[in-house]
Design a protein around this ligand. Structure first.
Ligand code: HEC
Length: 98
């Protein structure tokens, strides 16, 4: 079976996996946000990409940016594209069977 690649952007499946490794603990399942951690799903790819690149550059944009700078530093361009692709359509579904 072929693996379809999205020529204009990231791979949401790889993004979901990466998200589960290092983002879910703060931003919650499917990027729904938790306590003081912002909701990051349902946003434009360009927005999430720009934010992650900003943090990766070590630029503070909010009161808790230092947490994100630490998380964004190791991300590659490809990982950022994948994460942005995943988060755009990620939806938290507590009752997935309903
Ligand atoms: C240690 C907790 C923590 C982890 C882990 C974490 N984040 Fe964050 N994230 C935050 C906080 C806190 C903010 C708000 C930072 C600020 O004040 O600028 C934020 C902000 C963001 C924003 C900007 C939101 C907005 O509306 O501007 C994005 C996008 C984001 N995080 C994505 C991610 C991704 C993708 C990962 C995994 C690679 C991740 N975060 C891991 C805590 C975390």
């Amino acid at each position: 079976m072929g693996f379809t690649y999205n020529s204009f952007g990231g791979d949401p499946v790889a993004g979901e996996k990466r998200y589960g490794e290092s983002c879910i603990n703060c931003h919650g399942p499917a990027g729904k946000g938790a306590a003081s951690y912002p909701k990051i799903s349902g946003k434009e790819i360009s927005y999430v990409t720009a934010m992650l690149e900003t943090y990766r550059d070590g630029i503070e944009v909010g009161p808790n940016s230092s947490l994100m700078i630490m998380m964004a530093m190791p991300l590659t361009d490809e990982e950022i594209a994948n994460l942005a692709a995943y988060l755009k359509d990620a939806k938290y579904q507590p009752n997935i069977n309903k």
